[in-house]
Design a protein around this ligand. Structure first.
Ligand code: 4AD
Ligand code: MG
Length: 462
C-alpha cells in the first residue's frame, strides 16, 4: 500500500478505507484512554488527526511519539467527530521512523519569534508559517512560467558567472580560482587575472538583462528567471545579497507597452495566489496581517497610477511630510518617499517613469529633454520598489555617447553594442524581484523570511 498525501486525504470521502500517511508529529495530546496525534506532511497547512486507542497500543509504544518525530501510520479514514478537520484516522499500526528528543528539539513549543526561527533555518520549514511561505513561493514560481508560456515568451537561461560589470546595478562578488594567499601579479603589480580560471576577471551576475536583450533581438519576447547577486552592505528588510529576479525583455515594446505588461503580470500573479493558495493565505492573514487578503484583492482590481518622476517629486515636496531624506529633483527616491506616494497620496500601486538619467543605468532610452530617461519603477504598498525597468536605447550613437560619458569600459561591451549595429529594434524590459513579490503576497515584513536560506551581510550559515 502506498502513502497518500494529507492534502488529498482531507478532501477524501472514502470513509472506512485503510490508508497510510507519513509525516512529522506536530502535537500529541489526550488522556489515559485515547491519544490524538497531529501529523503534518507539508503537502498542506492542515495536519491529519490520528486517533490512537491506548488500550490497543499501550503507553510504552507511544512514549517516543513526541513533537518533531517522524512516523508512518496505517489506519482507517473516518469522518471526524471533533471540530477543525473533516476527516481523521483511527490508527491500526504506527511505525516510528525518527525520534525527536523533546528536551532538545527547538520547535517543541509554539510561538517562536521570526528572529529565532531565522537562527534555525534548517528546521523552520516545519512550522506552519514557513510551510505556508514556501508553498506560496512555489506557486508563484510556477505561475510565472505559466504566464509567460501562455503568452509565447521563451525562457532564456542567462549566465550566472559574468565577465562584464556593465549593468552597474551593484557591487559584485568575484568568482576566482586564484590562490588568495599567493596572487599572480602583472609587471605593474596588479593582480594578473589572465592566470585566473577564465583568463579574465569574472563575477556573479547582478542581472540577466544584457544577455536577455541579445535573445530578445532574435526571439522577440523572452524572460529570464534566475539568481542574481549584489554585494552591497544593505542590511534592510528588503535587500538580500542573493535574490531571484524575473526579467522579461521584449522587442517592439515601448515604455507604455512595458508598463501595461508589468501591471498585467503582477496582477495575474497575485490573482493566481488568491485562487490557488487560499489555505496558506488565510493562515497568514489570521496570524500576521489582517489586511493581507484585502490588499491583494485591491491590487488585482485597480489600475496602477502612472506618473513621471518630476510629478512625483512635486507631490513629495508639497506634501508637508517630514522625511528622513529630503527630496529634490535629481535625487533618488528613498523607500519612505515611494511608500508615501503609494500608501498616503494615491492609495494604490504607482508606476513612476522618466527619471533623471544620472540616477539610472546607461542603457535606458534618452528622452528628448536631454535630462531624463524612459525608466519605470513599479512601487507597491509596504514594499516600495517591486519592479525596475525601462525602454532601452536602441540608437548606437546615443548609447555609445552615454557609455563614454559614464566612462564604462566599452571593450567589455562590444557584444552588447553589436545588437544596435545589426538590426537594432525598439525594445523594453523590466526586472521583478522575486522575493519582493513574495513579501507582498505573503504579507511577511522581512525578506529573510521569504527565502529558504537568506544570504545577507555576515550571514551564510545554512
Ligand atoms: O531595479 P533593478 O536593479 O533592475 C535591474 O536589475 C534591471 N536589470 C531590470 C531589468 O530592466 N531587466 O532590480 C530589479 C528588481 C527591483 O525592483 C527589486 O524588486 C529587486 O530587483 N531587487 C532586489 N531584491 C532583493 N534584494 C536586493 N538587493 C535587490 N535589488 C533589487
Ligand atoms: Mg531599481
Amino acid at each position: 500500500m502506498k502513502r497518500i498525501k494529507i492534502k488529498e486525504l482531507l478532501l477524501s470521502k472514502d470513509f472506512g478505507k485503510e490508508v497510510i500517511v507519513e509525516g512529522w508529529v506536530r502535537t500529541r495530546r489526550g488522556n489515559k484512554n485515547v491519544s490524538f496525534i497531529a501529523i503534518n506532511d507539508g503537502s498542506i497547512i492542515h495536519s491529519m488527526q490520528v486517533v490512537v486507542d491506548i488500550a490497543v497500543f499501550g503507553e510504552e509504544a507511544l512514549k517516543n511519539i513526541t513533537t518533531g518525530a517522524c512516523i508512518k501510520v496505517k489506519g482507517i479514514l473516518v469522518e471526524s467527530q471533533g471540530q477543525g478537520q473533516p476527516v481523521e484516522m483511527q490508527a491500526k499500526e504506527i511505525q516510528l521512523y525518527g525520534t525527536s528528543d523533546p528536551e532538545s528539539y527547538p520547535l517543541q513549543k509554539k510561538g517562536h519569534t521570526l528572529e529565532f526561527l531565522r537562527s534555525i533555518a534548517h528546521l523552520r520549514p516545519r512550522t506552519n508559517t514557513f510551510g505556508a511561505v514556501l508553498r506560496i513561493r512555489h506557486n508563484m514560481a510556477f505561475a510565472i512560467h505559466k504566464y509567460f508560456n501562455d503568452k509565447g515568451f521563451y525562457y532564456i537561461h542567462t549566465p550566472i558567472i559574468t565577465g562584464s560589470d556593465a549593468e552597474g546595478a551593484g557591487q559584485m562578488f568575484r568568482v576566482s580560482t586564484l590562490d588568495p594567499h599567493n596572487l599572480p601579479k602583472t609587471p605593474e603589480g596588479k593582480i594578473d587575472f589572465s592566470q585566473d580560471f577564465f583568463g579574465k576577471e569574472t563575477n556573479l551576475t547582478v542581472s540577466g538583462q544584457l544577455e536577455g536583450e541579445l535573445a530578445a533581438m532574435a526571439l522577440s519576447e523572452i524572460y529570464t528567471f534566475g539568481p542574481t547577486f549584489r554585494a552591497e552592505n544593505s542590511n534592510t528588510p528588503r535587500h538580500l545579497a542573493e535574490f531571484w529576479m524575473i526579467e522579461p525583455e521584449m522587442a517592439f515594446y515601448d515604455l507604455e507597452d512595458n508598463m501595461t505588461l508589468a501591471q498585467d503580470f503582477v496582477q495575474y500573479l497575485v490573482k493566481y495566489a488568491l485562487e490557488n493558495c487560499k489555505e496558506d493565505l488565510n493562515f497568514l492573514n489570521e496570524m500576521y496581517d489582517k489586511e493581507l487578503i484585502s490588499r491583494l484583492e485591491f491590487v488585482v482590481n485597480n489600475d496602477f497610477k502612472r506618473l513621471t518622476y518630476t510629478e512625483a517629486v512635486e507631490i513629495l515636496m508639497k506634501s508637508g511630510e517630514k522625511f528622513e531624506f529630503p527630496v529634490s529633483w535629481g535625487t533618488d527616491l528613498q523607500s519612505e518617499h515611494e511608500r508615501y506616494l503609494v500608501e498616503k497620496h494615491f492609495n494604490k500601486p504607482v508606476i513612476l517613469i522618466d527619471y533623471p538619467k544620472e540616477i539610472k543605468a546607461f542603457y535606458m532610452k534618452q528622452n528628448t529633454d536631454g535630462k531624463t530617461v524612459r525608466a519605470m519603477d513599479v512601487l507597491f504598498p509596504k514594499i516600495g520598489e517591486i519592479i525596475g525597468g525601462s525602454q532601452r536605447e536602441e540608437n548606437l550613437e546615443k548609447l555609445e555617447a552615454r557609455i563614454n560619458e559614464l566612462q564604462i569600459p566599452s571593450k567589455d561591451m562590444w557584444w552588447y553594442l553589436e545588437t544596435r549595429k545589426f538590426g537594432t529594434a525598439p525594445h523594453s524590459g523590466f526586472g521583478l524581484g522575486f522575493e519582493r513579490l513574495i513579501l507582498f503576497v505573503t504579507g511577511m515584513a522581512n525578506i529573510r523570511d521569504v527565502i529558504p536560506f537568506p544570504r545577507t551581510p555576515k550571514n551564510a550559515e545554512f
